[in-house]
Design a protein around this ligand. Structure first.
Ligand code: NDP
Ligand code: MG
Length: 383
């Protein structure tokens, strides 16, 4: 009997993860069909994807762009508009929702997806950082699997075989170190957005590229890993591994360690999230370890990259602290990209807002949204 095709909805299909997800699907057309695609405003790229993958639904959050697109499409394709439209698309019954949207705007669609789908393939990290407790609780209630796409989280997911966390002594998330790893601390102030975006290993969207340069990306991953794997912050360590071959490692109490290795190509963890628990041949280049003379591992420099320390502190405080960290970081990164602040101002801004925040231990959704907007307001008052 041929297997039924899995119906996939991709939020953020025009981004870096979205495009890679469609590449994986195009190599496995007998396994997957595209039920829905979404973008914020890039309807030009979306239009090409619609022609190729023929989804039943498309959602565009920018309403003017959505109207323009609707005029160009066959009426069989339902164009859903704005945030409400996106929520309606996510509410359709699907097998997998790929969360490839960037930023905190993924939070509400993610909560909606938990209501309607069987499985979430998760690339977005901001939603879990903001509201990990709420999302994980709801996913458990609804029996929705959350399968990570992020290469480090996918590696840990692949290495942990048991639900029993008492076997784990530590997990090590690897970090390439970003494009500014070897630049002197004194020169960091003068780094331009163009330079900071230029990541040596991964081609990604702008925001995550800056997060990789400040190491906030690793900080967000630390918090994300706490929720995904139900581990406290002090059981999660960071290892700088600039070749990006070992994607993360789990160390067990008997001294054994398991790691996942592959060439740095996001299509590998994306495909695994779609085919889990099976594996399919990917056609992607194999890892040839003889090509690497050295695989290096170092401790991160918390002094040069204070964002990592800020994230670790917020992780330990928990409650509403990670939500503040995330919101302040998003606003600071925007300001840096617009050349309104320097690279080294990013952690300063986040630190100031975190200091002003009065911690809420168990925030509900309304409180999270309020705190998120408060933190953004505070950042805007700083410059
Ligand atoms: P991109 O910036 O390349 O893409 C973002 C996507 O989200 C685009 O499709 C964009 O649409 C859409 N989008 C942005 N804002 C909104 C909004 N307000 N409403 C609806 N849609 C929106 O990002 P990446 O693909 O690099 O990253 C996406 C997420 O995955 C991030 O959270 C990132 O941290 C995470 N991630 C990314 C990795 C990577 O290798 N890129 C690795 C691991 C995790 P439009 O094109 O119209 O702007
Ligand atoms: Mg990562």
């Amino acid at each position: 009997m041929p297997k039924l095709k899995k119906q996939v909805i991709i939020l953020g299909s025009t981004g870096s993860i979205g495009k890679n997800t469609l590449d994986v699907i195009s190599r496995n057309r007998s396994r997957f069909s595209v039920l829905g695609l979404s973008a914020n405003s890039n309807t030009r790229a979306l239009f090409k994807q619609i022609r190729k993958f023929k989804p039943r639904y498309v959602a565009v959050t920018n309403i003017d762009k959505a109207r323009e697109l609707e005029k160009k499409l066959d009426s069989k394709i339902k164009v859903l508009k704005g945030d409400k439209g996106l929520a309606r698309m996510v509410a359709q019954k699907s097998d997998i929702v790929v969360m490839a949207m960037g930023g905190s705007s993924a939070l509400l669609p993610m909560l909606k997806a938990v209501e309607a789908t069987k499985c979430i393939a998760l690339a977005n990290k901001e939603a879990l950082v903001m509201a990990g407790a709420l999302i994980m609780k709801k996913a458990k209630q609804k029996k929705v699997a959350i399968i990570p796409i992020d290469s480090e989280q996918s590696a840990i997911f692949q290495c942990i075989r048991s639900k029993d966390r008492s076997f784990i002594s530590k997990i090590y998330l690897t970090a390439s170190g970003g494009p500014l790893k070897d630049i002197s601390a004194a020169k960091l102030k003068y780094v331009t957005p163009e330079r900071a975006i230029n990541h040596p290993r991964w081609k990604m969207g702008k925001k995550i590229s800056i997060d990789s340069a400040t190491l906030m990306n690793k900080g967000l991953e630390l918090i994300e890993a706490m929720w995904l794997f139900n581990l406290p912050a002090d059981k999660i360590d960071i290892l700088v591994h600039k070749q990006s071959i070992m994607h993360s490692m789990v160390e067990f109490i008997d001294g054994s360690a398991l790691a996942q290795l592959a060439i740095p190509d996001m299509r590998i963890p994306i495909q695994y999230s779609l085919t889990y628990p099976e594996r399919l041949s990917s056609g992607i280049q194999r890892l040839d370890l003889t090509r690497f003379k050295n695989l290096t591992f170092e401790k991160p420099d918390y002094k040069k990259f204070p964002c990592l320390r800020l994230a670790r502190n917020a992780a330990k405080l928990a409650g509403s602290a990670p939500c503040v960290l995330n919101a302040a970081n998003e606003e600071a990164v925007k300001a840096f990209l617009d050349k309104r602040i320097n690279f080294t101002d990013i952690p300063k801004v986040i630190g100031k807002v975190l200091k002003k925040h009065r911690l809420v231990k168990h925030p509900n959704l309304a409180q999270i949204l309020e705190i998120d907007s408060w933190a953004r307001g505070e950042v805007k008052c700083l410059f």
